[in-house]
Design a protein around this ligand. Structure first.
Ligand code: C2E
Ligand code: CA
Ligand code: CA
Ligand code: CA
Length: 280
């Protein structure tokens, strides 16, 4: 019995070592991923609920790892943040998404203009250089004012509200839009929300999911009303079935995103969707 235990501990130690090596390998792989063009963006449609037309996209990052295949952000964003690689990765994502949006707007002008939301992490927002980065990106890709939306999570903004409010004001002055992600999951109070120049709030998918029937309409209705009172557009994420979209529309929500309207897709597929939408 003693030996068995010993073996088990040995196996456990080996697993731990393997995990550590994996992580180190991931780190150095990620360092090279950008140079090797392994980072890709996929785009998920955001639909206007009043007429079900395409209003914009959210850009979501993927890593085409040479051995592990296409990885979702959950597998590498944390490593990128801890190592600081997120700064370079984030700038790449912002630049790529802005160029794509500019191309779409040139090719297929819409009124109001098509938008793209881009996720920005705390490490990026904490750097003052983010302002220069955004300025550079918008100079290279002069998209319609406010149509490149910087998307930030609620928890991130609440970590340091004074600093965040200043940065957000300057980001908006540069001509970018601002979207507050995962709304309802953190701590934002009405008083704070009012001080941030967001033009859009995005309701977290946990409020839209079909299994929270009882509380859902009440919560959704008040979040939507709050957003509108503050002059913001309201997007709901995680609309998985048509009934979600119908209910969201009845509750006054402006836009929805989710499997009901399309999963994240390649830029080519997104372009086709946009062409179909403008052809009608
Ligand atoms: P998020 O910003 O909340 O993005 C929404 C996530 O929900 C996406 O997962 C999307 O594929 C998924 N989703 C879309 N529709 C539905 C639906 O109807 N039902 C359900 N259950 N899920 C849906 P994804 O692409 O794996 O992204 C996960 C998270 O990774 C994102 O959450 C975001 O926080 C982060 N992320 C993605 N791209 C970037 C990036 O470029 N930079 C940074 N810093 N973070 C990113
Ligand atoms: Ca997001
Ligand atoms: Ca979200
Ligand atoms: Ca989320």
């Amino acid at each position: 019995a003693k030996r068995l235990g010993g073996d088990r501990i040995e196996v456990f130690k080996q697993a731990l070592r393997a995990q550590k090596t994996d992580r180190l390998a991931m780190e150095s792989d990620l360092r090279r991923a950008l140079e090797r063009s392994e980072i890709a963006l996929v785009y998920q449609p955001v639909v206007r609920l009043a007429d079900r037309t395409l209003a914009g996209f959210e850009a979501l990052v993927r890593w085409d790892h040479p051995r592990l295949g296409r990885l979702p952000p959950a597998e590498f964003i944390a490593i990128a943040e801890e190592t600081g690689l997120i700064v370079e990765l984030g700038l790449f994502v912002l630049d790529r998404a802005a160029r794509q949006l500019y191309q779409w707007q040139q090719l297929m002008p819409l009124d109001p203009p098509l938008f793209t939301a881009v996720n920005v992490s705390s490490r990026q927002l904490l750097r003052h250089d983010l302002l220069q980065d955004i300025k550079g990106v918008l100079a290279r890709a002069p998209v319609a004012r406010g149509s490149l939306k910087i998307e930030l999570t609620e928890s991130l903004v609440m970590e340091n509200p004074e600093y965040a409010a200043q940065m957000l004001t300057r980001i908006r002055e540069l001509g970018a839009g601002l979207s507050l992600d995962d709304f309802g999951t953190g701590y934002s109070s009405l008083a704070y929300l009012q001080r941030f120049p967001f033009d859009t709030i995005k309701i977290d998918k946990s409020f839209v999911r079909a299994d929270s029937r009882g509380i859902r309409p009440v919560m959704l209705r008040s979040i939507i009303a709050l957003g509108h009172d503050l002059g913001m557009d309201v997007v709901a994420e995680g609309a998985e079935i048509d009934a979600d979209a119908v209910e969201l529309y009845q509750l006054g929500c402006d836009f929805a995103q989710g499997y009901a309207f399309g999963e994240p897709m390649t830029p080519e597929q997104a372009t086709r969707l946009l062409k179909d939408a403008t052809a009608q």
